[in-house]
Structures are given as C-alpha cells and as structure tokens.
Write a protein that binds this ligand. Sequence first.
Ligand SMILES: C[C@@]1(CC(=O)O)c2cc3[nH]c(cc4nc(cc5[nH]c(cc(n2)[C@H]1CCC(=O)O)[C@@](C)(CC(=O)O)[C@@H]5CCC(=O)O)C(CC(=O)O)=C4CCC(=O)O)c(CCC(=O)O)c3CC(=O)O
Ligand SMILES: NC(=O)C1=CN([C@@H]2O[C@H](COP(=O)(O)OP(=O)(O)OC[C@H]3O[C@@H](n4cnc5c(N)ncnc54)[C@H](O)[C@@H]3O)[C@@H](O)[C@H]2O)C=CC1
Length: 224
Amino acid sequence: MAEKNNFLPLILDLSGRKIVIFGGGSVGERKAELFCGCADTIVVSLDFSERLKELEASGQICLSRLDLAAAEDSKLREIISGAFLVIPATSSSELNRKIADIAGESDILINQVDTLGNVVIPSVIKRGDLVIGISTLGHSPAVSKYTRKQIESVITPAYSDMIRLQDELRSYLKQHVTEQKQRKTILWKILESEAVWNGFSESYEKAAERAYAIISGYLENFDR
Ligand SMILES: C[C@@]1(CC(=O)O)c2cc3[nH]c(cc4nc(cc5[nH]c(cc(n2)[C@H]1CCC(=O)O)[C@@](C)(CC(=O)O)[C@@H]5CCC(=O)O)C(CC(=O)O)=C4CCC(=O)O)c(CCC(=O)O)c3CC(=O)O
Ligand SMILES: NC(=O)C1=CN([C@@H]2O[C@H](COP(=O)(O)OP(=O)(O)OC[C@H]3O[C@@H](n4cnc5c(N)ncnc54)[C@H](O)[C@@H]3O)[C@@H](O)[C@H]2O)C=CC1
C-alpha cells in the first residue's frame, strides 16, 4: 500500500479508449461489466465466464482466447499496444506481475487486482448525470461497496430532476443576471429550498415553477 496518499478521483471520458483485461474469471468479469459501456473493452484469457460470453454475443466486448503463460513477451506487447488501461486479473499473481511490468515499460495505466496499482477501480454510482466514485485505497473493498449502498439509499430520483433544473436555470441566469456571484447565490437558494425539492414529487414543472418564483424575487432586488 502507498504510504502517502497521492490518489485523486477523476471523471474520465473513456470513449474510444482501449481497455485490456487479462483473465476471464469473476474479477475480470466485474471489471469488464464496469468498462464495457464506456470504452473499447477486450478480455484476454484461457477461458471466460458465461456473463463475459453474453457480453461478447451482444457486441459489448471482444474476447481473445490465449494461454498467457505460453505467450511470448512480444505477443503481450502487441495486445496492450495503444491501450489506455491494462488490468491483469488472472489467477496467477506471477503472470499478473509480468503483464504489469510490460505495461509499465510504455507508461500505460495499470490497475492491479492483487495489490495497489497506479489506478484503483472504485465502487461506482451512476444515476443519470450524477457520477460518484468511492475508494478506500485498497484497504477495504467491502467498505467501498458498503458505502456505495449507503449513499445509493439517500439518492432519490429527485437528484436527477434537480440536476436537470439547475442546468436549465444556469443557462437562464447567464442571460438574465450579469454577476456570476449573484447567479451562484440564486442557484444555492434553489438547491436548498425544501419547496423546490418537494415540488418534484408532484412534477418537474411544479418544482421549476417554484424555482422561477425564487428567481423573480431576486431579480426585483438585484441591481442588474
Ligand atoms: C485494490 C483493489 C484493486 C482494484 O483496483 O481492483 C481491490 C483488491 C481486492 N479486492 C478483494 C476482495 C473483494 N473485492 C470486493 C469488491 C470490490 N473490489 C473493488 C475494488 C478493489 N479491490 C480495489 C480497491 C478498492 C478500494 O480502494 O476500496 C470494487 C470497489 C470495484 C470493482 O472491482 O469493481 C468492488 C466493489 C464494487 C461494488 O461497489 O459492488 C469485495 C466485496 C464483496 O465481494 O462483497 C471483496 C471481498 C471482501 C474484501 O476483501 O473486502 C481482494 C481479495 C482479498 C482476499 O484475498 O481476501 C483484493 C486483493 C487484495 O486486497 O489483496
Ligand atoms: N480486485 C478485486 O476486486 C479482487 C481481486 N482478486 C484477485 O484477482 C485474481 C483473480 O480472481 P478471480 O477472477 O476470482 O479468479 P478466477 O479463477 O475466477 O479467474 C481467473 C482467470 O484467469 C485465467 N487464467 C489463468 N491462467 C491463465 C493463463 N495462463 N492464460 C490465460 N488466462 C489464464 C483463467 O482462465 C480465468 O478466466 C485472484 O487471484 C485475486 O488475487 C480476488 C478477488 C477480488
């Protein structure tokens, strides 16, 4: 484990990025499930779980059958060439280390499944446009999963509605309020308004109506 905590979560656009996962077992499957919707995901292994075969059949990932222990280093280099991220997740720690060493030669990001690599895969919550990543820096993956479940239980569908409303209001305010600080104050008033949050349970329009009423109140007072 790293002594100093230099880790930081970033939200990446992975479209068109190549992700290579080695090992088609339960861990390889979990990582593939996470990446297949956003990146070009390839799984290289001796055998593959049923779920991975399904994902291949539906065109979401590519599977490549290979005995990695018998493969030349040049073959491994060819497979990972141009990759953004490599995940060695076979059941052989020796093989995983060898793949990581080869990926390390060309500065490719590496997620180690049996130690801490330079990329840690977090627990992920995706609710519409709200994206949350959770990590314990490898100290307790179960706590990451537990935390995910705790947070998921407080994120109601109204969060997606509030994101949509705030997005709409930001555009509106940019046209009607010159001062950024004033725009910020108004957005926070709406965000902290119980009436607006409660409005979503009736309809999006109801909440929006209340938000615009708050804005009107401000526009009367602000020196525009
Ligand atoms: C370092 C890391 C490497 C990496 O980046 O992959 C890693 C390593 C290891 N995990 C192991 C075990 C478990 N992993 C999970 C679950 C998840 N593991 C994930 C990530 C990570 N796991 C990275 C650090 C994450 C962080 O910083 O917190 C999640 C978050 C993301 C994902 O993989 O999709 C996903 C939850 C997704 C969700 O929200 O559902 C559970 C829980 C369960 O299954 O109930 C268990 C059993 C309980 C336990 O051990 O805690 C073992 C074997 C230990 C052994 O031999 O005993 C190792 C290797 C080792 O530690 O030696
Ligand atoms: N990061 C995490 O969340 C976790 C990590 N682990 C670690 O991940 C490793 C993998 O765990 P699982 O997926 O559960 O194992 P698994 O046994 O289900 O799968 C291993 C995969 O590696 C492939 N493989 C083995 N030797 C190979 C070779 N020579 N060539 C090609 N493919 C080969 C197998 O075909 C299989 O598909 C474990 O050894 C453990 O260290 C384990 C649990 C959780």
